[in-house]
Every structure is written in structure tokens, then in C-alpha cells.
Design a protein around this ligand. Structure first.
Ligand SMILES: *[C@@H]1O[C@H](CO)[C@@H](O)[C@H](O)[C@H]1NC(C)=O
Ligand SMILES: *[C@@H]1O[C@H](CO)[C@@H](O)[C@H](O)[C@H]1NC(C)=O
Ligand SMILES: *[C@@H]1O[C@H](CO)[C@@H](O)[C@H](O)[C@H]1NC(C)=O
Ligand SMILES: *[C@@H]1O[C@H](CO)[C@@H](O)[C@H](O)[C@H]1NC(C)=O
Ligand SMILES: *[C@@H]1O[C@H](CO)[C@@H](O)[C@H](O)[C@H]1NC(C)=O
Length: 461
């Protein structure tokens, strides 16, 4: 082994260790958890009177606003398959739980994909994602766009820094309005079931694909109410027009009407979505009626006396679906609060409300999922939301979270799920930097020692 080679090796390895050490000491945002939905009162965000224990959450929001924005923009035309209409501007997705069964076709070699899609019968395996559906990723892109728009609007409300409102306005313009990239205001081809003789239209379950519109509506209300210079009258008028066209479709087309009467989370999110479009369209009275209708109808049969949600419990991923529908109910209640309605204590036909549904969901371990998805984080935001709404007199909600997630006070939701205790965790301190975490400090020190040894050995070789 010649000296130059080993020196190069030592230098490059010391460089790697140094980078590793640097990453350890730089502030890092916690992993971003994208919840199915959320609606933060725009007035709370714009008033900027956040409790002192939310420093970590504020820090996370700013970090995530920038990180999510760096991945954009997104557009509905970004897909390798043109919808049956021939118009790439139509939103399209495939049914996530549908799988092909080509056994009866008698082919002797592998079929080309388009042939699989059109000739193999598809059958449903509830809860099991067919990974090929994301080849058409309008769904993933819409969700990513909604998260980026939402986080950037929150960051703008907190700081007034134009970069954030520019991001939010730009992503909205590209997804919904700009002629070359805009989505048509319908979901005709959402969650299409493939297979012979089928696959020409979407399914009512596909209406769920736009549930994150609540995040977009939240962002627009923040920019609108906060009079952001980037939220121009042209953008506002464009979105009013887009939403009015969508609402006409959403309240008359048969696929959408099937979703409106779905009794489980699909129905809950239908109303979230409708109210969201109505608020963007300045139809606040219509949105109020929508929330009233949800709580007077579908909601009434979603929670039993014990707090169980039987329509979610019987799915293949009950842990996930209970949390999912609690989030839908809470988002509808939060939109209601913003519109002057109070459904937090409204009880179902069997006398239980949102708090009881959450309390029940908390008693089920995440491992109770036949398909093996274990995502306890799905319940974190609802737990904090319920605690802030109904109080946490004996600290049971705070200790539930502290046991599962030592860094929960630095999650974005901790900013608006207030008042709520930070359980004395360091992550809540204003100006929190994870470099003060023990683990990070150890990583940084080890990196420093190894880096020094590597440099010295390279010099002395
Ligand atoms: C027939 O095509 C399907 C889809 O490509 C494939 O899974 C299957 O293995 C093929 N059958 C044979 C015998 O090659
Ligand atoms: C779909 O889009 C999301 C958001 O951009 C991305 O995270 C994901 O990796 C994409 N999936 C595929 C299969 O490309
Ligand atoms: C965009 O499309 C709309 C409606 O299709 C049309 O009225 C408008 O003139 C177009 N704008 C541009 C810049 O092409
Ligand atoms: C809900 O009911 C409880 C007691 O029944 C009451 O203390 C609380 O203020 C009510 N909350 C709302 C939001 O009305
Ligand atoms: C603590 O409070 C929650 C509701 O906030 C209640 O469900 C629970 O029974 C209480 N636990 C104890 C031990 O008092």
C-alpha cells in the first residue's frame, strides 16, 4: 500500500467523519409526519401569541416549510399515463388496494404492463397497497403540495418572511391555476379500478384523494386574512372560480354523491373537503351548513357508547382507521369552531363524542393491526388536539405522549394544540436546538475524536 493512497483514504475518511459530526451538531428538524388532515385557526396563527413552550414546534415548522418547498413544485400533468378522457389535466389515480390476477389468461411470458392493466381481472385486498399504483403519483404529489403550501403559510403567519408566502402562492398557482399545468376541477378518474371492461371511471372512494384540501384552505385563509401581498386578487379570484366549479361537480356527479353518503371516514372527509372548497370560494355560510350536516347525519352513527368506531374497527387496519376518522371528526370540529359552531361536546346517537372516540382509540395498542403496519404516530396529533380542547386535568394525555415520543413538544401540531403540557421535555424550550440532546452531543464528540485521529494518522503515516 503506497503512502499517497493511504493518505487519500485517511483524508477522505476523516472528511466523512467530520461531515457526520457536523450533521450531528447542526439543528435538525424532527421527521415530518404528514397527518391525514388538519385545520389551524387562522386567527390564532396570525395573532402570533404562542405559548412560551412552543419554541421547538415553531422551529420545526420553519425547517419543514423550507424542506418541503425544496421538493416542489408539483403538477397533475406529471404522470406517464393519460386518463381515458385524453386530457392530461384530469386528475388520475389507481385504486390502492386492487391487485391483478393474471392466472386465468394462459400467457406463456410476462405480459407488458398496459396489457396487465387492461386484461387481468383486479380484486380487492383491503389495506394492502399495490405498490404499482404510485406509478401514477397524482395522489402523492397532491399531498406533498398540500403539506408544502400549508407549512409555508404557517411559517409566513409566524414570521412574515415573504419567501414563505411566495412558496405557498406559487405552488397553489402551479397546481390549480396556471394554464399549462393546472388540474381540471373534477375527480372523475380518481382511484380507477383496472381490469377488463373496467377502468374507464374512478370510484367513489377516490374522492378521498383530495381530502388534504383542508390544508390548502387553511393556507389560503391565512394568506387572505393576513393580507399577504403575494396572495393577489387574481390568485384569490382564480381559486374562487376553481372551487366553485369543483363544488358544482362534487355536489352533482354520481361518483361524488356516493361518497357523500359513505358512513365511515369517507363520509367524514367528504364534508371536510366540501367545507374547505366553500371557504376558499368565500361561501362561509355554505361551509357552515356543510359542517352542520355532517354532525347531524353521518357523525351520529360513527361512535358507540364506549367510544368505539365500529365502521373503522372492522377494516383490515383498525388502528390506522380509528385514528384517521378521529382526525376527520376533529378537522370538521375545528372548521366549525372557526365558523362559529361548537361541536366539541356534540354526541352521537349512542351518547359518545370525539373525546370518547379518542380515549377508546388510545386503549388499543398499535400492534393490533393484522397487516403489521405499526404507526403509533398516527394518534399523537389527535391526542394533543383532544387534550388542548377538553383539558388534561390529571396529565394522562401528556404522559401518554411522553411515553411514546420524547420529542412531541417539537412536533408542529404542538404549536396549535394549546394549552397543553410539554411534560418538562427539553424539546419545548424556545430556541431549542437538538445539539443539546445527549445523543447528539455524544455523536458529535465521537465524530470529533475520530476525525482528529484520522487526520493525525494521515499526516504521520
Ligand atoms: C403472465 O403475465 C403475468 C403478468 O406479467 C405474469 O405475472 C405471469 O408470470 C405470466 N405468466 C407466465 C407463465 O409467464
Ligand atoms: C410520490 O410522490 C411523493 C411526494 O412527492 C413521493 O414522496 C413519493 O416517493 C412518490 N412515489 C413514487 C413511487 O414516485
Ligand atoms: C388560460 O385558460 C383560460 C380558460 O381556458 C383562458 O380564458 C385564458 O385566456 C388562458 N390564459 C392564457 C394565458 O393562455
Ligand atoms: C363540554 O362539556 C364540559 C362539561 O360537560 C364543559 O366543561 C366544557 O366547557 C364543554 N366544552 C365546550 C367546548 O363546550
Ligand atoms: C384522567 O382523565 C381522563 C380524561 O381527561 C379520564 O378519562 C381518566 O379516567 C382519568 N384518569 C384518572 C386516573 O383519573
Amino acid at each position: 500500500m503506497s503512502r499517497p493512497t493511504s493518505a487519500v483514504f485517511a483524508y477522505s475518511s476523516s472528511l466523512l467523519v467530520a461531515v457526520w459530526a457536523l450533521l450531528a451538531v447542526l439543528p435538525q428538524a424532527r421527521a415530518f409526519t404528514s397527518y391525514a388532515n388538519e385545520f389551524v385557526n387562522p386567527n390564532y396563527m396570525l395573532a402570533r401569541k404562542y405559548p412560551g413552550n412552543t419554541g421547538g414546534a415553531q422551529f420545526s415548522i420553519l425547517r419543514w416549510a423550507d424542506q418541503l418547498a425544496a421538493e416542489g413544485p408539483w403538477t397533475v400533468i406529471d404522470k406517464p399515463v393519460v386518463p381515458p378522457s385524453g386530457d392530461i389535466h384530469d386528475y388520475m389515480s389507481w385504486s390502492p388496494y386492487s391487485w391483478p390476477n393474471c392466472a386465468a389468461l394462459g400467457n406463456t411470458t410476462e405480459l407488458p404492463l398496459p396489457e396487465v392493466w387492461s386484461t387481468c381481472p383486479y380484486y380487492l385486498r383491503d389495506g394492502l397497497f399495490n405498490p404499482d399504483v404510485r406509478m401514477i403519483n397524482n395522489t402523492g404529489h397532491f399531498n406533498a403540495m398540500a403539506d408544502a403550501v400549508w407549512m409555508n403559510a404557517l411559517a409566513w403567519a409566524m414570521t412574515g418572511i415573504p419567501r414563505y408566502s411566495i412558496n405557498a402562492a406559487n405552488f397553489i398557482n402551479i397546481w390549480f391555476l396556471q394554464n399549462s399545468t393546472a388540474m381540471n376541477p373534477n375527480l372523475v378518474y380518481s382511484q380507477m379500478r383496472r381490469g377488463p371492461g373496467k377502468g374507464q371511471l374512478g370510484a367513489h372512494t377516490g374522492e378521498l384523494d383530495l381530502k388534504c384540501m383542508a390544508k390548502v384552505a387553511n393556507a389560503i385563509l391565512i394568506l387572505r386574512n393576513g393580507q399577504s401581498p403575494q396572495w393577489t386578487p387574481e390568485l384569490d379570484a382564480g381559486m374562487v372560480n376553481w372551487c366553485n366549479r369543483f363544488i358544482s361537480w362534487f355536489t352533482s356527479y354520481w361518483i361524488a354523491l356516493e361518497e357523500a353518503i359513505a358512513k365511515n371516514n369517507h363520509g367524514s372527509f367528504y364534508y371536510t373537503q366540501l367545507a374547505s372548497h366553500q371557504m376558499i370560494a368565500h361561501d362561509y355560510q355554505g361551509a357552515r351548513e356543510t359542517i352542520k350536516t355532517y354532525f347531524a347525519t353521518i357523525y351520529m352513527n360513527q361512535i358507540t357508547a364506549t367510544g368505539e368506531q365500529p365502521l373503522e374497527a372492522r377494516r383490515t387496519r383498525p388502528y390506522h382507521y380509528r385514528a384517521y376518522n378521529v382526525i376527520a371528526m376533529m378537522t370538521n370540529a375545528r372548521i366549525g369552531t372557526y365558523l362559529g359552531l361548537d361541536y366539541w361536546n356534540h354526541t352521537s346517537a349512542q351518547g359518545a363524542g370525539i373525546q370518547k372516540a379518542l380515549d377508546f382509540a388510545m386503549t388499543i395498542p398499535p400492534t393490533d393491526d393484522p397487516l403489521g403496519h405499526r404507526q403509533p404516530a398516527e394518534l399523537y396529533q389527535p391526542v394533543a388536539g383532544v387534550a388542548s380542547q377538553y383539558g388534561d386535568p390529571n396529565g394522562s394525555y401528556a404522559s401518554f405522549l411522553a411515553n411514546l415520543d420524547q420529542r412531541y413538544p417539537s412536533a408542529p401540531y404542538f404549536l396549535w394544540c394549546q394549552p397543553f403540557s410539554e411534560s418538562g421535555l427539553v424539546a419545548a424550550r424556545p430556541g431549542y436546538s437538538p445539539s443539546r440532546d445527549g445523543a447528539h452531543a455524544v455523536r458529535a464528540t465521537v465524530g470529533y475524536i475520530f476525525g482528529t485521529v484520522a487526520v493525525l494518522s494521515a499526516l504521520l503515516w
